[in-house]
Design a protein around this ligand. Structure first.
Ligand SMILES: [Zn+2]
Length: 238
């Protein structure tokens, strides 16, 4: 059997672990980004709710101003009642006063509606503020969890890479080159052989391949899945 080839099994196991941890680590920036997006959406929600409340309050002030104008007009017109000389002028004045009073009544209704709008807008603002507080709390708590996980992953990856170096040092350069080439395309890069069958793809191996594996002069790969073949138990090599 090829010397040092069993170290490839350990190397492959470590590479699988490294790949899994790196895959998890790659999801962390996205998770952080999601927290930030959630926060900025909540902040935009508060801004929009504040603007809506401002508009509702402006609406109320606008109708209040209309009402004040109409009230002043009514007072002014009523003051003119004693000055009119003709019946026609008096009738016209009364009509004008009546119109101004209608305007006051309309403004009162509009003010009540605006006040209801303000209540609705205030409630919406409270909800938006609560969402923003939740988003802030989530950034603090979940953000810290993500930071902790990243630290822990980096530590594990550091340990695994050191372990990998140890296993790699037990493999000769030519075998290592084949391994690196293979692992770039498929993971795991090695397959156990049991009962003259590749255990990764479950395809039977030709007797020539088994013979060459036992000779141990070079790395033998599966004709079907291209993985590096290794006997499950060293005894099968003899
Ligand atoms: Zn195979």
């Amino acid at each position: 059997m090829l010397p040092g080839i069993h170290a490839l099994l350990e190397l492959s196991r470590v590479d699988m672990e490294i790949a899994a941890l790196e895959e998890e680590k790659a999801t962390l920036p996205g998770a952080r980004e999601a927290l930030a997006v959630n926060r900025s959406e909540a902040a935009a929600g508060v801004e929009a709710a504040e603007a809506a409340l401002g508009e509702a309050e402006q609406e109320q002030r606008r109708h209040e101003s209309v009402m004040a104008d109409r009230e002043a007009l009514v007072a002014k017109l009523e003051g003119q009642q004693h000055q009119v000389k003709t019946n026609e002028a008096y009738t016209a004045l009364l009509h004008e006063i009546e119109q101004a009073r209608e305007g006051i009544s309309e403004a009162e209704t509009a003010i009540l509606e605006a006040m209801e709008g303000i209540e609705v807008a205030r409630a919406a603002l409270e909800r938006a503020k609560a969402l923003l507080a939740e988003a802030d709390a989530s950034i603090a708590a979940d953000g810290a969890k993500i930071d902790d996980r990243e630290k822990s992953l980096d530590q594990s990856l550091g340990n695994l890479r050191r372990e990998r170096e140890g296993h790699a040092s037990g493999v000769d350069a030519a075998t290592m080159a084949t391994y690196e080439r293979t692992v770039a395309r498929r993971r795991p890069a090695v397959a156990l052989v049991k009962g003259e069958m590749c255990m990764a793809c479950r395809v039977g191996l030709p007797p020539q391949a088994i013979l060459e594996m036992r000779k141990g002069e070079r790395v033998i790969t599966c004709g079907s899945c291209r993985r590096i073949l290794i006997f499950e138990a060293p005894s099968e090599a003899s």
